[in-house]
Design a protein around this ligand. Sequence first.
Ligand SMILES: NC(=O)c1ccc[n+]([C@@H]2O[C@H](COP(=O)([O-])OP(=O)(O)OC[C@H]3O[C@@H](n4cnc5c(N)ncnc54)[C@H](O)[C@@H]3O)[C@@H](O)[C@H]2O)c1
Length: 336
Amino acid sequence: MKKILITGGAGFIGTNLALRLLQDKKNVVIILDNLSRAGSEINLKFLLSRNFENLKFINGDIRDYRLLRKVTKGIDCVFHLAAQVAVTSSIKNPVEDFEINAMGTLYLLEACRKNVKDALFLYASTNKVYGSLSHLKVRQLKTRYTLVDRIGGIDESETLDFHSPYGCSKGAGDQYVRDFSRIYNMNTVVFRQSCIYGQYQHGNVDQGWVVHFVKKALDGKKITIYGDGKQVRDILHVDDLIDAYLKILENKDRCAGKIFNVGGGMKNTFSLLELIDYLEYLLGRKIEYRFESWRPGDQKVFISNNKRLEMLIDWRPKINKQEGIKRLVEWVKENR
Ligand SMILES: NC(=O)c1ccc[n+]([C@@H]2O[C@H](COP(=O)([O-])OP(=O)(O)OC[C@H]3O[C@@H](n4cnc5c(N)ncnc54)[C@H](O)[C@@H]3O)[C@@H](O)[C@H]2O)c1
């Protein structure tokens, strides 16, 4: 019997993770979420409607240290996903962003250190810790930018350069999680995630651009592109990410103390313009869009080099970008 805590478990990634973990009756899953994200209540309702006997929900905040001391008692593992997730909101309210992402993470680490030092602590970090990567040479093609120097993508040795309050707060969490392994010998793992997409995602203009584009396209509404639309992202289907999370759980001892970049990799990249193009093909109609200025810290190209993770846990993305987007379109159609 494994007792697993998921902070932010009613969010997009958390809901997918909970569903997978709950399939195994030997797992007890505790979700801690304050339901601050639009769409989290819908996810929670759905999870509760499935009547899992091994699911417990706590409506609480990761800024509440006393609560964290209680809920971490006796757990074997925590997936720390709760966060303020939008760069735009972090710019509007950097203090709150810091309190949730940096302080909240430190509180959770400290609660685990006091209660369950040996538990696996997996932190969902972000590729934003590498900043805008403006020092990298890129080539401009008709629909996208390409990397000139990092042929295999960006690996974990890239210089950290926190950019935007979100980058700073998530980056602080990233470094604390790593350091608690060095200083306190805790079993922490950092996942620097690229753009994740899939079912149970309620993205909006501020965060979750893939599902946001899909919803706009299906509604026949105009999409706003920040920048010139040639920026490239490697997209990873959430089912593949959850596979990697579960493999880490199985291989805790080999992975402890490590940091991994994780994304769709070279084979699964889209520029914003290319995704619109693919959606036009799938939906069989034109999609309107307009341009606005670039957002702070936006990377022209981010493609994750997944080699470290691939080698350690024998994991690779299985769902290719075309198939993944098709699945997402179907899910959004059925759940609007
Ligand atoms: N989705 C992506 O593309 C992506 C990419 C890189 C990193 N990440 C990271 O992965 C994690 C999960 O992302 P997601 O896409 O599922 O986001 P999400 O917004 O869907 O989920 C986050 C959940 O955390 C909850 N939450 C927010 N503040 C909280 C607080 N103070 N206390 C308790 N709960 C709180 C929200 O209600 C929400 O349910 C985040 O840490 C995010 O930074 C996501």
